[in-house]
Design a protein around this ligand. Structure first.
Ligand code: GTP
Length: 408
């Protein structure tokens, strides 16, 4: 018996502690998806900042800048860094706020965000699910570009952020921060945060529950709204070429942390909190959309006594409810139909009776006329007979009179 036992060799180490590395390998192989929306008026520096963030030059279609209403222009790019692939989608708000009708600018943005949720929702609901192959276009972060006025937010900024606060992670940024002085900047940041708080606009806050990044995220949160500077130009400083803006009075380096918060924004977006932004998009914003849509479809996960129910039960309840509604409306229709038929029958009967009455009256009138005519016919016949008799007599009398005449 003993030499019949087969000993199998494993190809490698077996244990669930190898799962994270497998997960990392798979993710690296499949690549990552990250979708960014830039909201801000024309010329505020959206394209420059994106080029600076991803150290590339994203091409843009110039024709679209002549439109007089807000359009959402989205482009996808395949980026690669040390064998890690990133499928990046950048969504730009073209001519944002240029409309006289500001509502249409807001509608274009909210419609776009909802549309991406809707696409994912349809994919989840479809029988032939291909969620792994599906290109997720839900926006993971909205970079809201604030004009560096030094005063505060514009009404459109507040209204827009309030509208999208439940739909997307908002990261407010002060654009062209090189135009605001250091002292003004702190006051400006405080006044922006105060306005957002007073208007119940929830912006993205870096999570503090992950011990390895709590300290860093604390620091990042204290910098919000990030004051950023963008540049596509390189300037040589200390024998190194750095992205900077060169002015007659000096040079502003965008990656110098004492000049602006660009590096911190990049760390927050693309290194420390990328996954958290994606998770919040799915579990917070998309969940809210999904719940609202399911409720619109009449589905709920609580029964009439507010007790949780399974999806199957919920569907069964909905089916029963719909069948009851259908039976009720059928009964209502039947009653309406019967009432209509009854009313029609009564109308027909009434018309029938009236016709009969009219017919009898005409018949009576005809009878009277017939009797009258009969009498007249009889009278005429008698007159004819009398006349014939008289004529015969007259004839006879006439012939004897003629004889007498000839004899005479
Ligand atoms: P649209 O494409 O029209 O929506 O504009 P945009 O928001 O993409 O602005 P864009 O990046 O094209 O920049 C417009 C101008 O602002 C360019 O001349 C940039 O060089 C300049 N600019 C961009 N970023 C900064 C910045 O941080 N500071 C300053 N001073 N100028 C900047």
């Amino acid at each position: 018996m003993e030499h019949k036992i087969r000993y199998l060799k494993t190809n490698g180490y077996v244990g669930f502690d190898s799962l994270p590395s497998k997960y990392v390998r798979n993710s690296v192989k499949n690549g990552f998806v990250f979708n960014i929306m830039c909201v801000g008026e024309s010329g505020i520096g959206k394209t420059t900042l994106m080029n600076s963030l991803f150290k590339t030059t994203f091409e843009s279609d110039q024709d679209i800048y002549y439109c007089n209403h807000t359009t959402l222009k989205s482009d996808s790019y395949d980026l690669k860094e040390n064998d890690v692939r990133l499928k990046l989608t950048l969504c730009d708000t073209v001519s944002y706020g240029d409309d006289m009708n500001k509502q249409s600018s807001l509608k274009a943005i909210t419609d776009y965000l909802d549309k991406q949720f809707e696409l994912y929702f349809q994919q989840e609901l479809s029988l032939k699910q291909q969620i792994s192959k599906f290109q997720d276009t839900r926006i993971h972060v909205c970079l809201y570009f604030i004009c560096p006025t030094g005063h505060g937010l514009k009404p459109l900024d507040l209204i827009c952020m309030k509208k999208i606060t439940d739909k997307v992670n908002i990261v407010p940024i002060i654009a062209k921060a090189d135009t605001v002085s250091k002292n003004e900047l702190q006051k400006f940041k405080q006044s922006i945060l105060r306005e957002l708080r007073n208007n119940s606009v929830r912006i993205y806050n870096c999570p503090l529950d992950e011990p390895s990044v709590t300290q860093l995220n604390h620091e990042l949160n204290s910098l919000i709204p990030f004051a950023v500077i963008g540049s596509t130009d390189f300037v040589e400083i200390d024998e190194k070429f750095v992205r900077a803006r060169h002015y007659p009075w000096g040079t502003v380096e965008i990656e110098n942390e004492s000049h602006c918060d660009f590096v911190k924004l990049r760390e927050m977006l693309l290194r420390i909190n990328t996954e958290d932004l994606k998770e919040k998009t799915h579990f917070l914003h998309y969940e809210l959309y999904r719940k609202t849509e399911l409720e619109k479809m009449g589905l709920t996960d609580l029964d009439t006594e507010n007790k949780p129910v399974t999806f199957r039960q919920m569907f069964e309840n909905k089916r029963v409810h719909l069948e009851q509604e259908l039976a009720q409306s059928e009964e209502l229709l039947r009653q309406k139909f019967e009432l209509k038929i009854k009313t029609l029958q009564e109308t027909v009967n009434r018309k029938d009776d009236a016709m009969m009455l009219k017919f009898r009256r005409i018949e009576d009138e005809l009878m009277v006329i017939r009797e009258k005519l009969e009498k007249e016919r009889k009278k005429l016949n008698e007159e004819i007979i009398d006349f014939k008799k008289l004529a015969t007599q007259h004839k006879k009398m006439g012939s004897s009179h003629n004889l007498l005449f000839f004899v005479g």
